[in-house]
Structure formats: C-alpha cells, structure tokens
Design a protein around this ligand. Sequence first.
Ligand SMILES: Nc1nc2c(ncn2[C@@H]2O[C@H](COP(=O)(O)OP(=O)(O)OP(=O)(O)O)[C@@H](O)[C@H]2O)c(=O)[nH]1
Length: 250
Amino acid sequence: MFQQAVHPDDLALVLASEQQAKKFGTHDVVHRIVRTDGSVRWVHELADYNQYIHEDILIGTVRDITEQKIYEQELERLSITDELTGVYNRRYFMQQLEQLVVRFTPSTQAVVAIFDIDYFKQINDNYGHAEGDAVLCRLAQFMQQQLRPGDIFARTGGEEFGLLLHRTNAADAKRRLNAIRILVNELEFVPSTGIEQPYRVSATIGLTNVHVDDDKDSVLYRADHALYFGKNKGRNCVIWADDEADADVG
Ligand SMILES: Nc1nc2c(ncn2[C@@H]2O[C@H](COP(=O)(O)OP(=O)(O)OP(=O)(O)O)[C@@H](O)[C@H]2O)c(=O)[nH]1
C-alpha cells in the first residue's frame, strides 16, 4: 500500500506493522485509506516480505473491508446505546465508570451523579406507558443537550440516568446539576391524548466526587445514597454526598 494513501491517523500503525513484518515476516494490518476523491475506505493488508532482485518488498493482498467495518461499527454502536432514548446505555456507563476509577489519580477531578425522575409511575398510570416512554425520550435528549463535551450521560435503569462529569469539582458540578434540575422542572409536557392539561416533571439528583481509593461500586453506593436521601427529603433537589456527613442539601 502506498503510504500517501494511508489515513494520517493510521500511518503510525501501518509503519509499525511493516517494521514488525521485517522481523517476523507477515504484514497484517487493518487501516483506513483516503482515496483521491477524498472518500475514506477501510482495508485489510496482508503481505509477506519477499526478496526481489536486491530489495525486500511486500507481496500480498489489500482487501476493501469497508462494508464489514460499517457493520461492526453499527453493532458496536447498538451495544452501547439505549434502545428507547438513543443515549448511552448502562453497559457503556459502567465501562466508562470502570475506566475512570482505574485511571484515577489525585490530580483527576470527576463527579458521578444519578438523575432519577420523580413519581414517574404516576405518568404511566395517568397517561399510559407510551406517554411515559415519550417523557423518557424527551428528558434524555434534553439532558444530553445540557452537557459539556466529554461528559457521559446514560440511561442506567427505567427512569434513572447516570452522569460522569470529567474535570469538574464538587461545587461546580452541584451548581450545574442544580441549574439543569430547574430547567427540567420548567419543561412543559402535553399529554398525547390531547385531553388532559399539560404537566411538569421533576427529578432528584444524587452526586459524589470520585476518590483515589474508589471502585465503581463505592462511587455508585455514595451517589445512590445521596439520591435516596433526596427522595426522602421530598424530591426535586440535588444532594451531594461526602465522606463525613451523609448528605447536604443543594
Ligand atoms: N413508560 C415506561 N415506564 C417505565 C420504563 N421503565 C420503567 N418504567 C416504570 O417506571 C416506574 C418507576 O416507578 P418507581 O420506581 O416507583 O419510581 P417513581 O414512581 O419515579 O417514584 P420515585 O422514584 O420514588 O420518585 C415503574 O412504574 C416502571 O414500570 C420504561 O422504559 N418506560
């Protein structure tokens, strides 16, 4: 494969494979190429070094695997997406949380929050399950729009969502989440039946910062505990959990 055609982000990978092949014989690499018309394709290069006159050259095949790659990427996307709302699912959230706690250092700042819609059962009971689904979708999209690049937002349960806020401290996260809570509470929902009056929803949010000695269960335990505290306090609030006190109200 001519190096000029290799996608710039994959060039190091291709060159490393060629170096390996000089030692071990086989050049076996999957990477992108950029065609002269600017389109990007995925290829699988499989080749061996052979002596040709006084030079070692690679002889083998270059197979276009773009369709297979698109299919794989779609499968990967589906495996980390919540089917109903289109935001990330619990599986992805837990993967990201695991990475966060494993790589956490004293200089890292991160906050984990659980956002839970209040009295959601009543929406299903009053207006039907389809209406409940519509509320989940709208709220998920709304929450997604409120986040900063790098924040992770996922549906982690029925009417529960998880947030990972990177590079943020407790005070900042609490301020931001409280502002979001107020915005959520201002949204107006018009029942799909068209008969009943518009209604509003509220949410309770429990949050905690991540500590060096945390694992994902300990972080979730604190956030969950703060959420529980908020539900007991009357809901529609942001509760910060810390090590010393059970919780403090925001
Ligand atoms: N429409 C819809 N409802 C769901 C879905 N997943 C879970 N639920 C419903 O969400 C409701 C959750 O009820 P509860 O756990 O009592 O929570 P809640 O009514 O929000 O009460 P609090 O959390 O205590 O404020 C249950 O009625 C579930 O059936 C879903 O995907 N779609």
